[in-house]
Design a protein. Structure first.
Ligand code: SAM
Ligand code: ASE
Length: 346
């Protein structure tokens, strides 16, 4: 059969229009605990058994499970009497809470925070600013005061930040050979997830997570255990306080939170603290030079509009900021996953 083009039949438009139905099906299945229940069960379960296990309606559950089969998150096993369901390998790996590569907390943050912010996307585009005031009733004067409007929100944000590095972290820390750098500071290192990947890839290096005091306290308490000997912590404010001297500074998903002006201010400080011969590694979702993609970076840039003061940038824009701050020898490595790496030298 010949495939219809987008004008004869607007498949793409229909998919985009209803894309949120897919997101919400994923959110609800995770939140209700579908994948965790099926993981805990030794055998595939019927909709009635899942409904009993979750305390949900049988009819609603049957429809949810069926949609998950359509999304290839579940496999159905038809028998004479009833349909049985089990997790696909993809769901078991990424959607169950206890999996080492779990995206459960990212999905929660998308469901409970980002989805609500995106309700105000048109306003954000109209006004050119983030939407915390409308979405959550908090003033957005200090970005991280708004993002961390409660300790609970801060932990949720840290969990979001944490999960992707189990999937993409190795690629970004090995995009360049960082073994010559023995003293590494991860500025805004958050939960320490990228620091763990970095310490694992470079056994002769020490990685210090530099972040706001309450973030560091939380990271020590909940995310980094004593077995990670080469991960240290430093509490501070990278805009207000001096930076410790280091051979390499990592700024992962930092500059995309901030305007060009604040980014340059921070990079200039980093350059001044950096040891001669040292460097800085930026980890960001790079836009193509002609802005034609990748779609993920384009959408993330809209998310930065709704949630932060920054934007996603092209490699040339990061190069311009790095050069203005006094760095040279800028190199760019795309990883093919969400996040890319840019290395510059002092
Ligand atoms: N680098 C981590 C990653 O990629 O997963 C976290 C990125 S998160 C978007 C930004 C981080 O910068 C947060 O951990 C936040 O607490 C930290 N941060 C924000 N403002 C800061 C400041 N003034 N001084 C130090 N850290 C700050
Ligand atoms: C930030 C990164 C994120 C600030 C807010 C954020 C992410 C979500 N919210 O620095 C991670 C990237 N995902 C998206 C949708 O942008």
């Amino acid at each position: 059969m010949s495939s219809l083009n987008d004008v004869e039949y607007p498949r793409r438009i229909l998919d985009y229009m209803e894309g949120f139905l897919v997101s919400k099906t994923l959110f609800a299945s995770c939140e209700l605990g579908v994948f965790d229940l099926l993981l805990a069960s030794e055998r595939p379960l019927s909709a009635a058994e899942v409904a009993r296990g979750l305390g949900t309606s049988e009819d609603g559950t049957e429809r949810l499970l069926s949609a998950c089969v359509g999304l290839q998150l579940l496999t159905s096993h038809p028998s004479d009497t009833e349909v049985l369901y089990s997790n696909t390998e993809m769901a078991e790996t990424y959607l169950t809470k206890s999996s080492p590569r779990s995206l459960y907390h990212s999905i929660q943050y998308n469901s409970k925070t980002i989805y609500l912010c995106w309700h105000y996307l048109s306003d954000a585009v109209r006004e050119g600013t983030n939407q915390y005031e409308k979405a959550f009733g908090v003033s957005s004067k200090d970005l991280f005061e708004a993002l961390y409007r409660s300790d609970e929100e801060m932990v949720k944000f840290m969990q979001l930040m944490n999960s992707i590095w189990n999937i993409c972290g190795k690629d970004v820390v090995t995009a360049f050979d960082l073994s010559p750098f023995k003293t590494i500071y991860d500025l805004g290192g958050c939960s320490g997830a990228l620091a763990k990947q970095c310490a694992a890839a470079y056994p002769d290096s020490t990685v210090t997570v530099f972040d706001l005091p309450k973030v560091v306290h939380m990271a020590k308490e909940h995310f980094v255990s004593a077995e990670h000997e080469r991960i240290l912590f430093h509490e501070g404010d990278f805009f207000k306080e001096p930076l410790p001297e280091a051979e390499l500074y990592i700024l992962a998903r930092i500059l995309h939170d901030w305007t060009d002006q604040r980014s340059l201010e921070l990079l200039t400080k980093v350059q001044q603290s950096c040891k001669p011969g040292g460097g800085v590694l930026l980890v960001e979702a790079l836009l193509h030079e002609d802005n034609s993609g990748p779609l993920t970076a384009q959408l993330y840039s809209l998310n930065m509009l709704v949630q932060t003061e920054g934007r996603e940038r092209k490699a040339s824009e990061y190069t311009a900021l790095l050069t203005a701050a006094g760095f040279s020898h800028v190199q760019v490595q795309r990883t093919g996953k969400i996040y890319d790496a840019v290395l510059a030298r002092k």
